[in-house]
Design a protein around this ligand. Structure first.
Ligand code: BES
Ligand code: MN
Ligand code: MN
Length: 464
């Protein structure tokens, strides 16, 4: 292991510069304008796998963006680790809120990252975290210390729902056969408080359209007598939660697994400073479901959020208009046992039922995904915990995260394997927001920790 760690130290400048180069390609999967750049990023990832020492690398085109697959088999009697990551990124908008251009990475010191953080879209989610695996793999290969077979599956559509990855996994089930999936696309509690994610929320995402009169109207001539879709939409959305911030959709909580008091107590032991949390967000108070702590509200409880709402006149100055249409994008984060499809249907039925006469309502489902729990009594969890202990000098804390990685449930379904979520980002790294960043410390901590995972995992499997 010393050789591996020495290799990482000796090559650290190059490891950093290679990541910066990858961050310069705007691989925005949601925007068709960037299709070429997404493809270019896939090529760059494939090249990096070849250069790192993979003995087989292939780009698989899909109906959407390509999947990069790489494989390094050393001995079929050894366990196989499948590394999953994504090279696509979220759109960087709103651009004017960035302190430096999103695809021109710069390294700046911050309060939470005194060693510097790389500011760029995708630095943390997920290019930086994905690339740690490529470099850790290179370090193990070059030091002749790779104790497992490795498969890489790096996709370009995670941020838009991974629909083609689902098809790919079913089609290439045999090729993807493995003992465990390893993913770095989540967070740790803090740079001095390592944690391992043991749960992710599911997602149901819908778009709603409210239509009133057949054209935009003069808000004076017609205002007062005709249903205003923008206001109706606000009323409808407001009614989706009661005064305790409990979701009012009938049946919404039916399948929610009740977490035991003991488990709730344990999860609230995790270090969390509410004042610091609020300060970081510039808010004076938090607002969430009554009876639950912030940690619980963002992990074991489902929620409903408006992601965007528009309609009517939003240009310069004032225009007196009663809009014909209003829209909103609404996401619901789900917990284990709730089914994305069921929740979408419940939402649709309820939302249509509360529409007042005078408007028409349409609910269009977008992508969804199931929640996942990854147990902490498995060899892979223990290997990850030992790896983090080795590099952080502290036992990691198991935590359930509020975000979603729908393919984790899919891996369990299709490949019949468990996932270990060993991420290295911080929740405060502003993923999906302006000024996304990733600590230089975190990048190298990840590269250093991953080889220990392989070492401990191989040892566990050998002895079992
Ligand atoms: N890496 C995130 C998910 C994440 C972030 C999990 C932080 C835990 C902690 C992932 O790229 C993501 O953004 N997922 C989407 C879902 C997807 C279907 C668009 C999400 O959570 O909104
Ligand atoms: Mn991600
Ligand atoms: Mn993301």
């Amino acid at each position: 292991m010393q050789e591996v760690q020495k290799y990482i130290k000796d090559n650290s400048d190059r490891f950093l510069n290679e990541l910066l180069a990858l961050l310069r390609i705007p691989s925005i999967s949601a925007d068709p304008k960037y299709k070429g750049d997404v493809a270019k990023t896939a090529e760059a990832v494939a090249d990096s796998l070849k250069n790192a020492g993979c003995n087989h690398v292939q780009i698989y085109p899909t109906a959407g963006h390509p999947i990069v697959y790489g494989e390094h088999t050393i001995d079929s009697s050894l366990p196989t680790v499948l590394v999953y990551g994504h090279y696509d990124v979220q759109p960087p908008d709103p651009l004017d809120l960035w302190n430096s251009p999103p695809f021109e990475p710069v390294i700046t010191k911050t309060e939470r990252h005194p060693d510097g953080a790389i500011f760029a879209r995708g630095s943390c989610d997920d290019k930086g975290q994905m690339y740690m695996h490529v470099k850790a793999f290179e370090a193990m290969i070059q030091s002749n210390q790779l104790p497992c077979n490795v498969k890489f599956m790096i996709e370009g559509e995670e941020e838009i729902g991974s629909s083609n990855l689902g098809i790919f996994c079913n089609e290439y089930k045999d090729m993807l056969a493995c003992d465990v999936v390893l993913i770095s696309d989540t967070s740790i509690i803090a740079n001095d408080t390592p944690s391992i994610t043991v749960g992710l929320r599911g997602l149901s995402y819908v778009e709603v359209e409210v239509t009133g009169p057949n054209k935009d109207l003069h808000s004076g001539v017609y205002g007062g007598a005709v249903a205003n879709p923008a206001q109706v939409l606000c009323d409808m959305i407001a009614s989706l939660k009661d005064e305790n911030k409990h979701i009012t959709i009938p049946g919404f909580y039916d399948d929610v697994v009740i977490v035991s008091d003991a488990d709730r107590k344990a999860m609230n032991q995790a270090p969390f400073d509410r004042a610091d949390y609020m300060k970081g967000l510039g808010i004076e108070d938090t607002m969430g479901e009554k009876g639950y702590t912030v940690l619980e509200q963002t992990s074991i409880r489902p929620t409903l959020e408006v992601n965007g709402i528009w309609g009517g006149y939003i240009g310069e100055g004032a225009k007196t208009v009663l809009p014909s249409k209003a829209y909103a994008k609404i996401s619901m984060r789900l917990v284990p046992n709730q089914k994305s499809e069921t929740i979408t249907q419940l939402f649709k039925k309820h939302f249509e039922s509360i529409a007042p006469a005078g408007v028409k309502v349409e609910v269009k489902p977008h992508h969804g995904g199931e929640a996942a729990v990854t147990p902490s009594d498995t060899p892979e969890y223990k290997a990850a915990a030992m790896a983090m202990k080795a590099t952080f000098g502290k036992e990691p804390i198991p935590v359930r995260s509020g975000g979603s990685i729908p393919i984790v449930a899919l891996f369990e379904d299709v490949l019949k394997v468990k996932t270990v979520l060993m991420g290295f980002g911080l929740d405060s790294d502003d993923i999906h927001s302006p000024n996304e960043h990733y600590g230089v410390f975190n990048y190298f901590k990840g590269i250093e920790t991953i080889p220990y995972f392989y070492q401990h995992y191989a040892a566990f499997k050998q002895n079992s």
